[in-house]
Design a protein around this ligand. Structure first.
Ligand SMILES: [Zn+2]
Length: 324
């Protein structure tokens, strides 16, 4: 595997944004000018985030690449038949994503498959469609993108996206692509990270994209409001482990490229998290009492986007169907 590109792109962007924060000089200037100045600097900061956005490219062999940046990891297959893309991050990064793909190959982008409906994996759909791609996903991805959804866990409404972003082709179980000399299998894993997940396996290249069923090295988010469950996510990881061999290169939804052993560790961690929370539930404890005891204290190294508290809440809700 060959890695190129600015690995520190994200932290660089954060530093840059902090450095370009406007300093208030109200005593010297009129308030109106300050407002104007702040607006101009904010605009500059937003523009620089756009121009500074960069993806880290990993060459996985046989024309398959991973592009990593903000949002979900992107998979790209480039070859004689054109380009096949897995996930497309956010709409605002589409120009950079398209440039990066063009640097790999000048061929047409034929297909984009979404591993699930979340905006950090499907946000670029409209831009990809405009670039000529056909968007493909599980039936439930289109269903969720075309209606608004209540997310009780985060306490917010996830609005429907514009029709231009909806998948044009959908499937209910599995789908196989014969493309660029590869047999590419999209396998639906039910009620896992969401209710519309697909994991994607390039059989000849032996490369597996797990979508968000696999967060490498961190606690996973399980979108229970979006039809996901911890049990389903463990089953999805087992499905991935059954497909993978010792040499399979695995693209996680978030985190660095990984091996089968890394994914097995994530699966065992999640099963252990669920077992620990279940033990407390079985002894009659409610969520508050379990949180107070923090049964995940020794898993601190997995706390990232999802911290220990939220991981306990997710496991509790998945097991009991209750928010508290
Ligand atoms: Zn997700």
């Amino acid at each position: 595997m060959k890695v190129s590109g600015p690995i520190l792109a994200l932290s660089f962007a954060v530093v840059l944004a902090a450095c370009s924060e406007p300093t208030a000089q109200v005593s010297k200037t009129d308030a109106k000018d300050v407002v104007k100045e702040v607006a101009a600097k904010t605009k500059t900061a937003a523009a620089s985030e756009k121009t500074q956005y960069a993806l880290t490219k990993s060459d996985l062999g046989q024309g398959v690449y991973m592009l990593a940046g903000q949002g979900g990891n992107i998979g790209v297959s480039a070859g004689a038949d054109g380009i096949f893309v897995i996930d497309d991050q956010f709409a605002r990064f589409i120009p950079t994503i398209l440039n990066e793909i063009k640097a790999i190959s000048d061929g047409p982008i034929k297909f984009v498959i979404n591993t699930h409906y979340h905006g950090d994996h499907s946000g670029g759909n409209a831009g990809m469609r405009e670039a000529g791609a056909t968007i493909i996903a599980h039936d439930n991805v289109r269903a969720r993108m075309s209606t608004s959804n209540e997310n009780k866990f985060w306490g917010r409404t996830v609005e429907a996206t514009a029709p231009e972003a909806w998948p044009a082709l959908t499937f209910s179980e599995n789908m196989t692509f014969h493309f660029n000399g590869q047999t590419v299998e999209a396998v639906h894993v039910p009620n896992a990270h969401t209710d519309g997940d697909a994991i994607i396996y390039f059989r000849e290249a032996d490369i597996l994209h797990m979508g968000d069923n696999f967060f490498n090295g961190m606690f996973p988010y399980v979108d229970i409001d979006g039809g996901g469950s911890v049990d389903g996510m463990i089953a999805a990881l087992d499905r991935g482990l059954a497909l993978a061999g010792e040499k399979t290169q695995i693209i996680p939804g978030h985190g660095p490229m990984s091996s089968k052993a890394d994914m097995k560790a994530a699966r065992d961690m999640l099963a252990d998290v669920q077992a620990r929370v279940k033990k407390h539930i079985d002894s009659g404890k409610k969520l508050d009492a379990i949180l107070a005891e923090n049964p995940l204290e020794d898993y601190a190294q997995y706390a990232a986007f999802i911290n220990q508290e939220n991981m306990i809440k997710i496991a509790y809700r998945s097991l009991t169907g209750q928010l508290e």
